[in-house]
Write a protein that binds this ligand. Structure first.
Ligand code: THU
Length: 147
């Protein structure tokens, strides 16, 4: 089980990729733009943005877009995700938005809660790193179905 925190350069690369993905955010209703960059255990990076919908509920968060892209390409083991989120427009600094509960549950499906790292970033220089377990204590996952 990997417990090592990612190196600073790896964290910053993920944040830069998440910032780039955020530019593709399709959020005409909330005007809240989210980008994510998901690092697989083998070192691939899958990006995602939030994708809204006129019917509202089909909206997909940036984090889940990244997960679903990866899983749909056969990748199911991950070590970290960087998330950047904030209102559209010129901001002096992004707020450090945390993933919603549904996204945390999707992480729980594929990631080890004790070692998977969730990087909440305002910029490549300003970020916080949490384990999934810190964000979703006593989460329900595939192991709970093993009996
Ligand atoms: N959103 C995300 O993409 N990730 C989150 O974890 C929180 C919320 C999106 C959904 C919606 O498009 C917008 O942000 C406002 O909720």
């Amino acid at each position: 089980m990997e417990k090592v925190r990612l190196k600073e350069e790896a964290i910053q690369e993920l944040i830069r990729k998440a910032l780039e993905a955020r530019t593709y955010s399709y959020s005409p209703y909330s005007h809240f733009e989210v980008g994510a960059a998901l690092l697989s255990k083998e070192g691939q990076i899958f990006t995602g943005c939030n994708i809204e919908n006129a019917a509202y509920t089909p909206t997909n968060c940036g984090e889940r877009t990244a997960f679903f892209k990866a899983v749909s390409e056969g990748v199911k083991e991950f070590s970290a995700i960087a998330v950047v989120a904030g209102p559209a427009g010129d901001l002096e600094e992004l707020p450090m938005g945390a993933p919603c509960g549904v996204c945390r549950q999707v992480m729980m499906e594929f990631c080890d809660p004790k070692s998977f790292q969730v990087i909440l970033a305002a910029s490549p220089e300003k970020y916080e790193v949490y384990t999934l377990e810190e964000l979703l204590p006593r989460g329900f996952g595939p192991k709970d179905l093993e009996g």
